[in-house]
Design a protein around this ligand. Structure first.
Ligand code: PEP
Ligand code: MN
Length: 333
């Protein structure tokens, strides 16, 4: 359960109440928020007088639960772009799977500028399935992304592969991406929790919705309220597509959690031919954003070659998305 205490409660009393309820304390701007194991359904009678809000929850979806905060969280990216809240923004994020060279990432950034896309994505540390595949440019890739931010005014999202470079990612990006394979890594989750920067947390391909949101709880309870969830496809019996995009899961997340939800059709299907149709289907669900891989020449891409759209394909798709968003009361930004 969640207990909120007034900000003028003495530190020793906050600690005593936390200890008696086996709670984690999050020091928020307006209150001390104490999160106990979810099996606890009521606070101890002797402390009721100090508690301004008490919320019992059925399971460990707690800070992310609509039972605790019914409004969708608003996440500020750098100073003016907002994801979630009641903006009804569907924020477009695009760029290559990996930063491969200055020329390639500059072309991707220029496509964003040309179309009005505000967030550029690209991995510098790639979590590959094989040790013999391209592992990413590392810190050099992050420096190139910094250059794109400075040169073109774009916001940057890039992923953490493991905890050895988590601080480099935090220092260089506007949104920290925690990928499908990294989402169980508590070192990464705790570092993201401490950083306060917006985090895009991807669902693992074998992860239940409960486990997914509990991973988000590690970041939220670490003191970072700026978490965005990303559905990117789960593994099913089907092998014709790379993964299966779980739109039912998206409905669940929208209904029961207060976190913005972004969809990634590129990694879900794994093939460029299906990305435009899937993107429009995603937008029709009324979502907070999209992550779509584009590459100046997908055939020579060093990772995820089959699923990246070339610039003509992305431009054609981009021209078709506004009407779909409008039909469900959203706008593409
Ligand atoms: C990516 O975004 O390029 C990526 C590797 O995604 P995921 O973690 O969803 O596989
Ligand atoms: Mn990729």
């Amino acid at each position: 359960m969640i207990l909120e205490l007034n900000k003028n409660t003495s530190e020793s009393l906050v600690n005593e109440i936390a200890q008696k309820h086996e709670a984690i304390v999050v020091n928020e701007t307006n209150a001390y928020v104490l999160i106990t194991p979810s099996k606890l359904k009521t606070s101890l009678p002797e402390y009721k007088q100090y508690i301004i809000k008490e919320v019992a929850v059925p399971d460990d979806i707690q800070l992310a639960s609509k039972l605790y905060r019914s409004e969708k969280r608003e996440i500020k990216i750098a100073d003016h772009l907002i994801i979630g809240g009641n903006t009804h923004n569907t924020v477009m994020i695009t760029g290559p799977c990996s930063v491969e060279s200055e020329e390639q990432i500059t072309q991707a950034a220029e496509l964003c500028v040309k179309l009005g896309v505000k967030v550029l994505r690209a991995g510098a540390y790639k979590p590959r399935t094989s040790p013999y595949s391209f592992q990413g440019m590392g810190i050099e890739g992050l420096r190139l992304l910094d250059k794109m931010r400075n040169q073109y005014g774009l916001k940057i999202i890039s992923e953490v592969r493991d905890s050895t470079h988590v601080q480099d990612i935090i220092d260089h990006v506007d949104i920290i991406q925690i990928g499908a394979k990294a989402m169980y890594d508590h070192g990464i989750l705790r570092a993201a929790g401490k950083s306060g920067k917006p985090v895009l947390l991807k669902r693992g391909f074998g992860t239940t919705l409960q486990e997914f949101v509990q991973s988000a709880e590690f970041i939220l309870s670490g003191g970072n309220p700026n978490v965005i969830l990303c559905e990117r496809g789960i593994r099913t019996f089907e092998t014709k597509t790379r993964f299966t995009l779980d739109l039912c899961g998206v409905s669940f997340l929208k209904e029961y959690t207060n976190l913005p939800v972004i969809l990634d059709p590129s990694h879900a299907i794994g093939y460029a031919y299906g990305v435009p149709d899937l993107t429009r289907a995603c937008i029709a669900m009324g979502i907070d954003g999209l992550l779509i891989e584009t590459h100046p020449n997908p055939k020579v891409a060093k990772s995820d070659a089959a699923q990246q759209l070339n610039f003509e394909e992305f431009t054609a798709l981009y021209k078709s998305v506004d009407t779909v968003a409008k039909a469900v009361g959203y706008k593409i930004v």
